[in-house]
Design a protein around this ligand. Structure first.
Ligand SMILES: [Zn+2]
Length: 87
């Protein structure tokens, strides 16, 4: 499974919004998800003019959820990513 595939995988169709950037059912972390798909095809411009997109996660508990990339809590990993991309 390619997280950056242009077409949404079938499992993303049942996704519900995880407002806390974790699984709404079991509060599992995004980093523990079995599958990930990032909707880079249709970014949305937020109120602060930064682009954001939907990230879909297939949790261990079979719940599928999504959250805005801009809601992702900062971590060492994403920090390194941003530096590498010059954002
Ligand atoms: Zn879960």
């Amino acid at each position: 499974m390619d997280a950056f595939s242009p077409l949404p995988p079938a499992w993303t169709q049942t996704a519900i919004h995880g407002l806390q950037f974790c699984c709404p059912r079991c509060h599992g972390a995004a980093s523990q998800a079995q599958k990930v798909w990032i909707n880079r095809q249709s970014p949305v411009i937020g109120e602060d003019y930064r682009r954001r997109w939907q990230e879909f996660y297939h949790c261990d508990c079979e719940q599928v959820w999504w959250a805005w990339s801009s809601d992702r809590p900062p971590s060492d990993l994403t920090k390194k990513d941003s530096e590498a991309n010059g954002i």
